[in-house]
Design a binder for this molecule. Structure first.
Ligand code: SF4
Length: 299
């Protein structure tokens, strides 16, 4: 759908608002606290736009630990920061499965979970399904509530958001009124430009080099274990092997290959640890009982 996503529309709204309040454009920074790694890509290489209206992205789990630490210091006298009360019940539910499709009057279907989405797209490609007007496709189970950067249990997050949406619903009229006072001209900013297919998986511009790289990639796949565990930072072994032949990754990023290399004295234990630390960040490897499934998960 060639419509600007809410994240960009919101950023445009606040940029205009700050400019109207007299803040110079170069001093405005708009950062999105994201539950989702895909949103990082959406900001860095936006679809249908040259540049995203968002300045940068901060992972929610990074913020969560810092805010939790701050709260545990019991600075309760600190006033919460002032925010615009522009949330709506529909806005809160938008991030959950069926959040978009319920606003569509034609035949719309909502699919979540990357495997389900793949399977569904294959059905469409194989012409097993037709006459669908709108598809809401979300990579994560339970949509944004299941984003990999979200803290806590996705089902409890869904429950919390639904409860919050009901609370907001009671005061909905006021909020709709406020939204109409926005600065954004939907016709001017609401629609995207042309969406061109992106060249995916191209190993090289030169076909003969690309073929050699393809051979090398296949050789590498003889060594990589095929667990597709993503511990190397790539989503699966195929992607890591592709990144290696493109010169963007090393085979030592695979944690299983690291063990082989340590056994053969090709890599030290310390070096292997540093590689993993570089991929995931030192903080990720530290003890943290607030992570999903840990004893303080919901505290
Ligand atoms: S860490 Fe190794 S096994 Fe896991 S996805 Fe990466 S290459 Fe594959």
């Amino acid at each position: 759908m060639r419509v600007n996503p809410p994240i960009d529309m919101t950023a445009m709204y606040y940029r205009e608002k700050l400019k109207t309040a007299g803040i110079p454009e170069e001093q405005i920074g708009l950062f999105y606290a994201t539950p989702c790694a895909a949103k990082i890509a959406a900001v860095k290489s936006p679809v249908g736009e040259i540049k995203s209206a968002v300045t940068g992205v901060i992972n929610i789990d990074f913020l969560y630990n810092r805010i939790l630490k701050f709260l545990s210091l019991k600075y309760t006298e600190t006033e919460p920061p002032q925010t615009d009360d522009l949330l709506t019940s529909r806005g809160i539910l938008w991030s959950l499965t069926r959040g978009e499709v319920t606003h569509f009057s034609g035949r719309g279907l909502a699919i979540d979970g990357i495997k389900n989405v793949n399977e569904f797209l294959e059905n469409i490609e194989n012409e097993k399904l037709d006459k669908v007007d709108f598809l809401e496709l979300r990579a994560c189970d339970e949509s944004c509530a299941g984003g990999i950067l979200i803290r806590g249990n996705r089902f409890l997050t869904v429950e919390r958001l639904k409860n919050r949406s009901e609370e907001y619903g009671a005061r909905e009229d006021d909020r709709n009124l406020k939204m109409d006072e926005g600065f954004i001209d939907i016709n001017e900013h609401g629609f995207l430009g042309n969406i061109e297919p992106r060249p995916m998986g191209k190993l090289d511009e030169d076909l003969s080099i690309a073929l050699r790289k393809m051979e090398r990639k296949r050789r590498l796949m003889c060594f990589l274990p095929g667990f597709d565990c993503a511990a190397c930072g790539a989503p699966d072994c195929q992607t890591l092997s592709e990144d290696i032949v493109k010169g963007e990754a090393q085979i030592s990023q695979c944690i299983f290959m690291q063990q082989q290399m340590i056994k053969q004295n090709l890599l030290s234990q310390d070096h292997a640890f540093r590689i993993t630390e570089n991929i995931w960040g030192a903080e990720r490897l530290e003890k943290n009982c607030n992570k999903m499934g840990a004893e303080d998960e919901n505290n």
